[in-house]
Unconditional design. Structure first.
Length: 117
């Protein structure tokens, strides 16, 4: 299996055929999928494209990320396995900072408790 990429912020009008045509210039496509609401069948605004080789996928990511399609800037990146979320570096640092502050508060509470005992 090749490399799968995530394509977000798709216009509602984009279908599987349109998605394939947007990315076919970068290499051979194994599969293209536009995610739809299971009740309304309307696009949810994102999809996936699987390329036969990694270099085609990398080129597509570099050239199509933030490209405007029907007035919307696409978000194109490597697809993550279900359950994993791509976290921005700034969010990661903020979380680490927050955890560090909580650890400091915990140490202060332990010291107060130890003094009482």
């Amino acid at each position: 299996m090749g490399k799968r990429i995530y394509v977000g912020n798709l216009p509602w009008s984009v279908t599987k055929v349109i998605l394939e045509s947007l990315f076919s210039g970068f290499g051979d496509i194994e599969d293209a999928l536009v995610i739809a609401n299971k009740f309304t069948r309307r696009s949810r605004g994102f999809g996936f494209v699987t390329f036969t080789d990694d270099s085609s996928a990398e080129k597509a990511i570099k050239e199509m990320h933030e490209k405007e399609v029907e007035g919307r800037k696409l978000v194109v990146r490597e697809a993550m396995p279900i359950g994993e979320k791509q976290v921005k570096e700034s969010e990661k640092q903020e979380t680490e900072k927050s955890l560090g502050e909580k650890e400091g508060e915990t140490r202060k509470i332990k010291k107060r408790h130890e003094k009482r005992a």
